[in-house]
Design a protein around this ligand. Structure first.
Ligand code: GN1
Ligand code: MG
Length: 372
């Protein structure tokens, strides 16, 4: 699609959501590996109003309607909780727009599934960060998210991607990708595979604890990278958690762990090519943990608290296997910006997971320090 067609599409989506004001311009945001995201700017009442439009990836989200059902219901729930404390929820939870006939989406003739939400004024979402204050705030944001939804009726959530964090199945999927070798890239990844297989036992540990009933399911976010938190542009305090596509029943350890692989690494770059730079940064780990654990302390079980550090190792390994499987399949799932990006992502995650294994006791000690 060329630029003119793209702009026409964007304008059509704006029209369908009945966005008011004078259209100024739009830009594509290059965040996220799955959906396609744009920011559009309108002029109204003497100021610029911006909206986030997204075309949902229906290869990944087979039933986007159920995604929007989850999101609208969860955001309403959080909004009510915040309002009940007497403050305006405007900047602290996402607000999705409805079309005039009351739908949270619109379908374009080419099959595109689009949604629209208000941009939160004065917010920033750094793609990656080394700032300890922001890292602690992101820990607070995800811990708080967990608490807002602690009494949400979990059974009513749609399972938008079945077995999403089933680490056992993710390893099976990697073996399938190896067997099929669809893109003919198997020879390049032999060592990497050995590295992942060596971590299989420990990486599947939290999932097995869930199967055994030791760890409970809770409403979780399931994609807790730092770039999925909005911060106040001036104070840098957390505002809201975003990207609610994968809110589903899951393990607290996985929400903690998915954040750690980004927030508490020496390099926050997901595809860092210089593997010598990749390790756990214990100072960052402590900052995130302090933020997260202070929120959830008292509300989660001792077994859950004990599982947090394992969750970091589990999700880092699991995501590494997903990147690697996608590389072997020919990059069908995660968007890539250069040919071997999924390979670079997989390598970075393996090295980070190996370091997490070495530091498991240190990580557990930090969790203990804040959980008491
Ligand atoms: C994907 O779209 P994005 O970037 O928020 C993926 C997550 C991964 C993440 C890695 C539905 O999320 O599971 O952790 O990439 N989302 C889905 O950055 O698979
Ligand atoms: Mg996501």
């Amino acid at each position: 699609m060329d630029k003119a067609q793209e702009q026409q599409q964007i304008m059509e989506v704006c029209r369908r959501f009945d966005l008011k004001g004078e259209y100024r311009y739009y830009e594509q945001l290059n965040s996220g590996h799955i959906n396609t995201t744009y920011c559009v700017y309108f002029f109204r009442d003497g100021e610029i109003k911006d909206y986030i439009l997204q075309r949902v990836n229906t290869y990944v989200f087979k039933d986007p309607y159920s995604v929007m059902e989850n999101i609208s219901s969860v955001t309403e729930y959080i909004r009510a909780k915040i309002k009940a404390t007497g403050i305006s929820a405007k900047r602290f939870v996402l607000h999705y727009s409805k079309t005039p006939d009351g739908a949270y989406y619109t379908l374009l003739p080419d099959g595109g599934f689009w949604r629209c939400c208000r941009y939160i004024d004065g917010s920033i979402s750094p793609e990656d960060t080394n700032d300890l204050f922001l890292i602690e705030q992101s820990g607070k944001a995800f811990g708080e998210f967990q608490m807002y939804l602690a009494d949400y009726p979990m059974e009513s959530l749609n399972i938008v991607i079945p077995h999403f964090h089933n680490t056992i199945r993710r390893f099976d999927a990697l073996r399938t990708a190896v067997k099929e070798n669809l893109a003919g890239r198997l020879n390049e990844v032999k060592d990497l595979l050995e590295g992942f297989y060596a971590l299989e036992e420990i990486a599947t540990y939290p999932y097995r604890l869930q199967q055994q009933g030791v760890l409970p399911l809770r409403v979780t976010h399931n994609d807790t990278k730092t770039s999925n938190v909005l911060f106040d542009a001036e104070t840098h305090e957390r505002l809201s958690v975003i990207d609610l596509d994968t809110v589903m029943p899951g393990l607290v350890a996985f929400d903690f762990g998915d954040a750690i692989r980004m927030a508490a690494a020496t390099t926050p770059k997901e595809d860092e090519p210089d593997l010598a730079r990749v390790a756990v940064d214990m100072e960052k780990f402590e900052a995130f943990t302090r933020g997260f654990v202070n929120e959830v302390k008292g509300a989660i079980t001792q077994a859950e608290m004990d599982s947090l550090a394992y969750g970091a190792l589990a999700i880092t390994t699991e995501l590494g296997t997903r990147f690697l499987a996608d590389y072997l399949d020919g990059d069908k799932y995660f968007r890539v910006h250069y040919p071997d990006q999924n390979l670079a992502r997989a390598k970075r995650h393996l090295v980070l997971a190996q370091d997490m294994l070495k530091r498991l006791d240190d990580m557990r000690a930090v969790v203990k320090k804040y959980s008491g």
